[in-house]
Design a protein around this ligand. Sequence first.
Ligand code: ATP
Ligand code: FE2
Length: 336
Amino acid sequence: MSGAIIGVESTAHTFSFGVVSKDGTPHKSYSALYRPQEGGIHPREAADHHSHLASELINSLLENEKLQPSDIGAIAFSQGPGLGPCLRVGASVSRALSQKWNVPLIGVNHCVAHIEIGRNQTGCHDPVLLYVSGGNTQVIARAGDRYRVLGETLDIGIGNMLDKFARAQGLAFPGGPKIEKLAKEWHIQNPDADIEMISLPYNVQGMDLNFSGLLNAALQRVVEGHDLGAVCWSLQEHAFAACIEVAERALAHTGKSELLLGGGVACNDRIREMTRIMCEQRNCAGIWPEKQFCIDNGTMIAELGRRMLETFETTEFEDSEINPSLRTDHTIVTWN
Ligand code: ATP
Ligand code: FE2
C-alpha cells in the first residue's frame, strides 16, 4: 500500500487511527472510546486516556493493515474543532510520527472530514450535509471555495442532548444508541402512537435549531411518570424532525439534490428513515456512510488528508498548533 495516508482523530471521546490508500480506498479504524465514570466528559481525563492508548492503537493499525513505515505517504490529524487537551494528544502523536517516518504532516478540519468520508463512501458530488454529532448540529453546503454553514444549533449539539437525557435516566455514555433501542421497542408495542401523546417543544428558528428546551421538557415528562420508552420515542421524533425540516429548507434554497448524513447521530435508523421519506418526496437522494464512518474515526481524517495532499496542502510544524474553535467554513476547499 505505497503512499498510504494515516489519519489521527482525537477531538473528544474517541481516539482513533485509520488509513486510506493513495487511490482513496478506506480501511477500518482502530479506535478507543473514553467513557466517563460519571457525569460528562472530563477533557484532561479523556486526554490521559488517549495518551495511554496511543502506541497500542497505532501498533494495531500497522500490524493488522500490514503497513511498513515505507508504505506511509503522509500523516493527517484533527487540528480542530474539539477539546484542547484531547486535540493536543493527537497533534503531538502525529508530529512525532511525521518526524519518525519523515513524511508530511496535514492538519485537517474535523467537520469537513465528516463530509469528505461521506462523499468517498456514497459517491455523491455536491450534497447538503446534515451533520449530527455529539458536539455539532449543522446543515452545510458548498458555495465557492467553502463549505458554508446554512443553519446550526444555537445551544447544544443533538448528540449531547441525547447523552444528557440518557445520563439522567442512569444510561451510560453514549446515550444515543440506548435511546434509539428504547424508542424502537416502545414503538413496536405502540404502533399507533400519536406525537401529541407526549408533547414536547419543537424548536426551529429559521435555519437554526436549539435543543435545551426539548431536553428539559423530556426530563420533565419522565418525572411526571410517562413511560421512558414513550419519552425516548417522542424525543427522537421531535429532535430529528427539526433537523430534517432545516435540511429540507437547505435543499430548497440551494437547489441541490443530495442530502448526506454524517456524525454519530447519523447511525440512528429513525433519522435515516425520516431522511429517506423526505428525500423521496422531493425527488432527491438521501444517503449516508456506513456506521463505522458516521461516528468519529481516523479513516475520515486520513481521507481529507489524502484530498489535501493531492493539492499539496501540507502543514508545517510551526503551523500545526491545534485550533479548538475551528469552524467548518474557515477551511478553504482546494480539492475536488
Ligand atoms: P463531533 O466532534 O463531530 O461533534 P463527537 O465527538 O460527538 O463528534 P461522534 O462519534 O460523531 O462524536 O458522535 C457521538 C454522538 O453520536 C454521541 O452523542 C452518541 O450518543 C451519538 N450516537 C451514536 N450512535 C447513535 C444512535 N444510534 N442514535 C443516536 N445517537 C447516536
Ligand atoms: Fe465528529
